[in-house]
Design a binder for this molecule. Sequence first.
Ligand SMILES: NC(=O)c1ccc[n+]([C@@H]2O[C@H](COP(=O)([O-])OP(=O)(O)OC[C@H]3O[C@@H](n4cnc5c(N)ncnc54)[C@H](O)[C@@H]3O)[C@@H](O)[C@H]2O)c1
Length: 282
Amino acid sequence: MKQVTVIGAGTMGNGIAQVFASSGFEVGLVDRNQEALDRALATIEKNLNRLIKKERITEADKVLALENITTHTDLKQSTAATSDLVVEAVFEDLKVKESIFGTLDELCKEETILASNTSSISITKIAAATNRPDKVIGMHFFNPVPIMKLVEVVRGYATSDEVTQQIIELSKQLGKVPVEVNDYPGFVSNRVLMPMINEAICTLHEGVAGVEEIDTVMKLGMAHPMGPLQLADFIGLDVCQSIMEVLYHGFGNPKYAPSPLLVNMVSAGKLGRKSGEGFYTY
Ligand SMILES: NC(=O)c1ccc[n+]([C@@H]2O[C@H](COP(=O)([O-])OP(=O)(O)OC[C@H]3O[C@@H](n4cnc5c(N)ncnc54)[C@H](O)[C@@H]3O)[C@@H](O)[C@H]2O)c1
């Protein structure tokens, strides 16, 4: 693989573009919003400067990485048509992703692998919008992408062994640690993490302990770097609610029902760090 297209230049897309460009791939970064592309390039440059300061890369490495990136506002005029791999990182919305994958299926070479960075949408459903479900796969990076080592490689119902192996090898080439999982609600990461966060919110709601107390128990007792309520604030309470709903509806099991306190806070616009208030005030 030589050329990669990353669609969506937000929080995840710019990090994904950075790791591919730093590993020597030609990267086409696509976003319908020019400002998002400008912000992404500025963020990538800032991250690379930080790595120079830490003596992890040289000035020449930075120049090379930046030269590897081109930006595009129109998917159809972008590098997608010639790329070996496309990684989609747009909003977490099935309709938007289906439309992009339908377009990619028409636009891309027959052998191009189409990956999604979705954290909770079924890869099998996204793949059904294409005529190449064997070449559709989840490449779930974690935030911040240049720092976090894990790539959850999510096999859809029809993803081939060959494509899975290619993505595993590619993730290693990026300096990441790939873990292969099957496509069921929440994959592994959110199926384990989100019920823990939800249970922390239920524990607060039932008055078992306060916010600081719950977070301190999990930080000092379980060696978690951040308590579950603080982590929920960082992820965004709306995102937590929507992932719990994916688990709840996906498994039809009441144990995944989002906490009523979580639902109330989201309805009241208390979304965590991004809205200035969640379990903590920012
Ligand atoms: N933020 C996280 O911590 C995190 C972690 C893992 C996975 N994810 C997943 O990554 C994906 C992206 O999340 P994010 O946090 O980077 O979102 P974001 O809102 O920061 O960025 C999304 C970008 O996609 C662009 N976009 C939307 N529709 C588009 C279209 N049709 N064509 C081109 N560009 C389009 C937007 O302009 C925006 O710049 C989601 O699927 C999310 O579930 C997020």
